[in-house]
Design a protein around this ligand. Structure first.
Ligand SMILES: CC(C)(COP(=O)(O)OP(=O)(O)OC[C@H]1O[C@@H](n2cnc3c(N)ncnc32)[C@H](O)[C@@H]1OP(=O)(O)O)[C@@H](O)C(=O)NCCC(=O)NCCS
Length: 151
């Protein structure tokens, strides 16, 4: 059975393995300039949800900030070998199922990141804004939200 849990600092090697599986795979920036130090800080400073397989290998993870009535996702990644197996859908659905009716999930995405956009729209996220020339390649960011009242 897969295990769902938050990340801790002992998971940094697995987080880096997953990150390295895809960091050179895309020609658009993935949500910022991530490296080992920043990912380690993220584990320590943000909330997270991750799924591990039977062999305790990390398949996918999400970092988010939990504010009063908003959960803002800062990074979500699935191991390249696990793409399109439903790993990230299960993590985001878990966050959605914990939302109260007056809570929202926010995130932003590079306008060219079609896999991520496909994921968010399939889960019922709606565009709520955009930031022009937001990424270092000049692309805009699309802002998405999910309202707990929709659940
Ligand atoms: C975006 C990402 C997290 C999706 O993770 P995933 O675990 O492969 O997604 P899932 O298997 O849970 O897919 C769920 C749904 O999302 C959509 N989706 C996922 N990948 C897609 C793709 N390549 N093209 C179009 N839609 C896609 C589909 O609707 C899919 O459902 P389906 O397979 O039944 O059609 C993954 O592609 C990834 O790690 N990308 C690199 C990191 C990144 O860009 N993160 C987002 C910015 S921080």
């Amino acid at each position: 059975m897969p295990e769902f849990r938050s990340l801790n600092s002992k998971d940094i090697d697995e987080v880096m393995r997953v990150w390295n599986s895809l960091s050179e795979h895309y020609d658009h920036p993935i949500g910022g300039d991530w490296n080992a130090k920043k990912l380690y800080q993220e584990i320590q400073s943000k909330k997270s949800l991750a799924v591990f397989n039977n062999e305790n290998r990390l398949e996918a993870f999400v970092f988010y900030v939990d504010m009063d009535d908003i959960k803002e996702i800062t990074l979500l990644v699935t191991d390249l070998r696990q793409h399109r197996t439903g790993a990230m859908r299960s993590l985001i659905r878990s966050l959605i199922s914990d939302l109260n009716v007056d809570e929202k999930i926010w995130l932003e995405v590079h306008a060219g990141n079609l896999p991520a956009i496909g994921l968010y729209e399939s889960l019922g996220f709606k565009i709520c804004g955009e930031r022009l020339s937001y990424y270092n390649d000049g692309a805009k960011a699309l802002l998405y939200e999910y309202n707990g009242s929709e659940g």
